[in-house]
Design a protein around this ligand. Structure first.
Ligand code: F6R
Length: 244
C-alpha cells in the first residue's frame, strides 16, 4: 500500500482527478468504481472542469457505484443516484446506460445484488476504484465486522454511520437504516484502488487501516493486502500516521 500526502483538500482532489484523467486517456473504455459522500466532491468538480476545459472524454467510460440507501427512490435528493447526477453525470458526456448504481428499491435485493456482481464481471472488472473511508474504517457500507469475502448485498448501517450521514438528511431519524453495498471481496478485485481521506476526523481510521492489524473490525485494513492501492490523503488525515 502506498501513502501519498497532499497539502490540503484542493490538492488532494486535483491529484485524484489527474489519476482518473490519466486512466481514461490510457483506456477510453475504462471501468471506474465510484464513491459518494463529501470526500470525492472536489474530485468530481475537477473532472467536470477537465471535461469542459481539456476535453476529457467520458463517452465510452463505464461506472459502478459502491452503494445506495435501501428505500430511497433515485429521485430522492439524498439518494446516491441524485448525488452522481448532480456532481458528475449531468455535467460530462457520459452515456447514462454505462453508469450503474445499486437500486435501493429493488424488490428482490438478493437477485439484484447477484446481477450487479455479474455486470461488473461482464464489463471486464473495475480498472480504478475510488474509495472514501468512514470514521469507523468502513469501505462502501461494509461496516466493522463485515466478512472479507463479502459481495454485493443489503447491510444494516451502524449508528455511527447514520449519525455521520445525518448532516445530509437534516436529522438522524431520516437516515435510512439499510443500504446495498458492494462487498469487500468485490472491492479487492479492482485492479487499482485509490482511497481518499481528508480532515482530522479521518486521521484515526487512516492510521488503523494503514498501520493496524488486518482485521474485520477495521474493514479498510484489508487494503494492506491489495497489490495496487494508494491512500491519497491531505495533511490532516495523515497527521496521526506522520507522528510516527
Ligand atoms: C460512499 C461510501 C462511504 C463514504 C464514507 C466517507 O459511497 O461508500 O464509504 O466513502 O462514509 O464519507 P465522507 O466522504 O462523506 O466522509
Amino acid at each position: 500500500m502506498r501513502v501519498c500526502v497532499e497539502k490540503n483538500y484542493g490538492q488532494m482532489s486535483r491529484r485524484v482527478a489527474q489519476i482518473v484523467g490519466q486512466t481514461i486517456a490510457a483506456n477510453p473504455k475504462a471501468v471506474l468504481g465510484l464513491a459518494t459522500g463529501e470526500t470525492p466532491e472536489g474530485c468530481y468538480a475537477q473532472l467536470v472542469r477537465m471535461h469542459r476545459e481539456e476535453g476529457l472524454d467520458f463517452l465510452l467510460v463505464t461506472t459502478f457505484n459502491l452503494d445506495e440507501y435501501v428505500g430511497l427512490a433515485p429521485s430522492h435528493p439524498q439518494s446516491y443516484h441524485s448525488y452522481m447526477s448532480d456532481k458528475l453525470f449531468n455535467h460530462v458526456n457520459i452515456d447514462k446506460n454505462r453508469t450503474h448504481i445499486p437500486d435501493g428499491l429493488a424488490p428482490r435485493p438478493r437477485e439484484f445484488s447477484q446481477a450487479y456482481e455479474r455486470l461488473i464481471g461482464s464489463s471486464g472488472g473495475i480498472d480504478l476504484q475510488l474509495l472514501g473511508i468512514g470514521r469507523n474504517g468502513h469501505l462502501g457500507f461494509n461496516e466493522p465486522g463485515s466478512p472479507f469475502d463479502s459481495r454485493t448485498r443489503v447491510v444494516d448501517l451502524s449508528e455511527e454511520t447514520r449519525r455521520d450521514n445525518s448532516k445530509f438528511f437534516g436529522s438522524i431519524s431520516k437516515v435510512p437504516r439499510q443500504a446495498i453495498t458492494i462487498g469487500l471481496a468485490t472491492i479487492m478485485e479492482a485492479r487499482r484502488i485509490v482511497l481518499l481521506a481528508s480532515g482530522i476526523n479521518k486521521a484515526r481510521a487512516v492510521e488503523h487501516a494503514v498501520k493496524g492489524p488486518v482485521s474485520a473490525e477495521v474493514p479498510a485494513s484489508i487494503l494492506q493486502r491489495h497489490p495496487d492501492c494508494t491512500f491519497l490523503l491531505d495533511e490532516q488525515a495523515a497527521s496521526i500516521l506522520s507522528e510516527g
